[in-house]
Design a protein around this ligand. Structure first.
Ligand code: OAD
Length: 241
């Protein structure tokens, strides 16, 4: 049963790599910019698992050092900025739950952002659990600013690890009236399951993506196109432009 609309409906927006594709950041599974996707260039098991980090830490640290450096040369695009405008102008709560580890939502102007897969610009000290902001390299094993141990790793969630902030996300969904998914293939759980949870909660669901995804059938509506266009149009529509 559809949840009754209140005057200021809360919106939860799940974003994936597709929203950053037009900023020039590779997606994981489809070469959105004409080139090969990230997981076509690197095996997930070699660079994005705790086992890989134990087996070959230099390879993993170098991979994330490259990605961390790359995102700092990219800029938010119209889709990031549209979501920031929605947060500013919408009378209800707007929560962005992102699988992305870049900081383009924040640099686009969004404040209420939950990074469920961590952040490239944070390091994590596995000795003292500090999570200092980190823009430089980790390959040289710099000391942790909090405890001095040389045990910093990227603060990103690898396959086999539990995503962050799941309680906060569940609470945001429980209060939401609209769930929108943008630029994600719906291939990785638990994020891919949020649409089903939203349906169980009676929340309206909308998908904005370049092409139909594995999860499309679960949404009330799917709008196809590049994020810079479909997200901007949707936000304009919502704000009555
Ligand atoms: P994927 O690479 O799996 O999917 C990207 C989606 O974005 C695809 O459905 C594309 O069709 C769509 N897309 C591409 N360009 C677009 C554009 N310009 N506008 C709109 N949509 C576009 O990326 P994610 O779904 O984010 O996890 O991947 C989920 C997780 O898998 C990632 O967070 C990462 C990865 O392995 C971890 O590393 C734990």
């Amino acid at each position: 049963m559809m949840r009754a609309m209140t005057l200021h409906p809360a919106i939860v927006i799940l974003t994936g790599a597709g929203i950053s594709a037009e900023s020039g950041i590779d997606t994981f599974r489809s070469g959105a910019n004409g080139g090969p996707s990230l997981w076509e260039q690197h095996r997930v098991e070699d660079v994005a698992t705790p086992e890989a980090f134990v087996r070959d830490p230099d390879l993993v640290l170098r991979f994330y050092d490259m990605r961390r450096a790359a995102i700092q040369t990219k800029e938010p695009n119209a889709a990031h900025r549209a979501l920031a405008r929605l947060e500013r102008e919408w009378p209800g709560t707007v929560t962005v739950v992102t699988q992305n580890v870049d900081d383009l939502h924040e640099r686009g102007g969004s404040h209420n952002v939950i990074h469920m897969h961590g952040e490239h610009l944070n390091a994590w000290c596995t000795t003292c659990d500090a999570r200092p902001r980190w823009t430089g390299l980790l390959i040289d094993r710099p000391p942790c600013p909090a405890c001095g141990a040389r045990t910093l790793r990227p603060d990103v969630v690898w396959f086999g690890e539990i995503p962050y902030h799941l309680d906060r996300i569940q609470r945001a969904l429980a209060d939401a009236h609209l769930f929108v998914s943008i630029g994600t293939s719906g291939a990785v759980y638990p994020a891919a399951g949020f649409v089903r949870l939203a349906r169980e909660l009676g929340i309206a669901t909308l998908e904005l993506n370049l092409e139909r995804s594995q999860g499309s059938a679960w949404f009330d509506e799917t709008r196809l196109g590049p994020a810079s266009e479909v997200v901007t149009q949707w936000v304009d529509q919502l704000l009555g432009r």
